[in-house]
Ligand binder design. Sequence first.
Ligand SMILES: Cc1cc2nc3c(=O)[nH]c(=O)nc-3n(C[C@H](O)[C@H](O)[C@H](O)COP(=O)(O)OP(=O)(O)OC[C@H]3O[C@@H](n4cnc5c(N)ncnc54)[C@H](O)[C@@H]3O)c2cc1C
Length: 579
Amino acid sequence: MSAYMGDVIRLYLRDLIDWDSYFNWRKGEDGDLEVDRAALEEVLETAAAICEEQEPKLRAGWEQIAKLENGEVVYPPHIAETLDKLRDAGLISFGVREEYGGFGLPSFVANVILQMVSRADAGLMTILGLQAGVAEDIQQYASEELKQQYLPRFASGEVMGAMDLTEPQAGSDLGAIQTRATEEGGRYFIDGNKIFITNGGCEIHLVLARDHATFDQSKGTTKGLSLYLVPRTLPSGERNGVEVTRLEDKLGIHGSPTAAISFTRAEGWLVGKQGEGFKAMLSLMNNARLGVAAQGVGIAEAALKVALQYARDRVQFGQPIAEQPLMKDRLARMTLELEGSRALLYRACALVDQNHAIEMALGRAAKGSGELSEAEQAELSKLHERNATRIRLLTPLAKYMGTEAADDISREAIQIHGGLGFMAESEVGKLHNDAIITTIYEGTSEIQVSFALKEIGKGALGVVFESLEQELKAFEDPKLKEQADKVLEGMQLILGSAGALLADFSYAMMSAQSLAEVVASVIAGAELLKQAQVDPRRFDLAASWISRRMNDLESRCKRIKEGSKERLGRCDAIIGLND
Ligand SMILES: Cc1cc2nc3c(=O)[nH]c(=O)nc-3n(C[C@H](O)[C@H](O)[C@H](O)COP(=O)(O)OP(=O)(O)OC[C@H]3O[C@@H](n4cnc5c(N)ncnc54)[C@H](O)[C@@H]3O)c2cc1C
């Protein structure tokens, strides 16, 4: 049994996700839950075994970078070999549904695989993460013809995908995109330059481009952007106008090729509706954000494992440093940060899965399957809507928490190694270098917390807190109930400060990070208590999270409530001191 397949993953497979409803909604029949669940467990065990086996090679090859040879991107050998192993096991494109030749794996399982791959090599994870995200977007938005043409090839790994958004002047601000799509007799041609494109040497590019017909009117906004599938090879077999012009040399994730791409009269096929490309891309980005959260959790797991082992082995002042109270506190904090982020991620994934399954049940009902009464359909639609609101808030929070945790934990792991942590060959140094990018791509941490704030402004907190309150009030065990009451108190403090905050948008933006932290604290607190309910060994973890986080929450809420826009002016004055 692989060490990558931790107990907490099993808790979610066995107790913490309602797989019964999931499979019933998905399939529309009473299947054999145990068989379905065992199949998921087997997929995860397979992924875990491959990742664990490949980890030493991947870590040893960490410095080797992808190369550009005669216009073709060549992966380093350790990346190519592991990709082949995953491809051979059918683990190359997780969400592609059965009718297109895939397994249609739930988001929870797909993200746990990404987490395992990232634990072994965060660079390799980016290639798989985009493969899954691009295929998912094609599945959700492309015409049936495009789906038939490409999805089976994604599922088999014959083609790989990239997401092409960023341009030199358009990073966080995608309204600044200038790549142009011109329509000629029902065909579309793309011209422009993209930068920082992960796996840019691949066959299929999903490109966000501005439509020529409305180029000037829509400039500076995300309106007028459409999404195009741009293959490197045209269906005729000729080369399309897609060229990798450069590969970047980076601080970390060296095995992941990061490319500059030039599109010259490259033919593209519209995915989704014209002018609604940003919406379609947001859906890819939201999936990818959970993927990057999983990447963070994987890196954090790896760094914590190495740090813990080192702290137990390294003797100073006559005893292992792990026995020093300061170190114990640090290692416990690192574990809490990892588990809190994981709790948030798994909860978000479970909601995404529930909604996918509901969509399938409602889709069959709309075609007259007769399996749901009208009242049941209305009830499910309501649940879907509420879940969608919860997902819109939990996704940026999970991305923010998971990636910041990776950054913090890997940095702490260096500190635990003392001088050795700073040596070029330091394993935790490599993990930290990989962690840094996770808080930047797929929307920086600043962008994630501002997205969370916007969702809170639209009323998401009410929906999320209503569900949390029900869960927290349901705990009967006195120990769990006592902790749940503390989280309920924390929620009241947040509600008391968020109202004041939202009255002034520029001040609200200034406090977006604090608000994200406190909201994430209560959601993760409730989730950790649910874990403790099914596995009492996790009680101390939940209680410690709640104790530390509720103290922090109190002071943050006080600061949010007492603050005002004047703080912005004070920032200007402070920053100005060094002008
Ligand atoms: C290794 C790597 C792989 C990548 N892969 C891809 C890919 O596959 N596809 C793709 O399209 N792109 C990719 N990117 C691009 C990545 O998504 C962008 O770098 C990222 O979105 C940030 O954009 P930027 O670099 O232009 O930074 P900027 O947007 O210029 O941001 C600079 C700083 O300003 C902050 N900032 C910006 N706006 C605000 C605001 N409104 N409020 C507060 N702070 C703000 C940011 O948080 C950041 O700290 C990749 C980048 C890297 C480095």
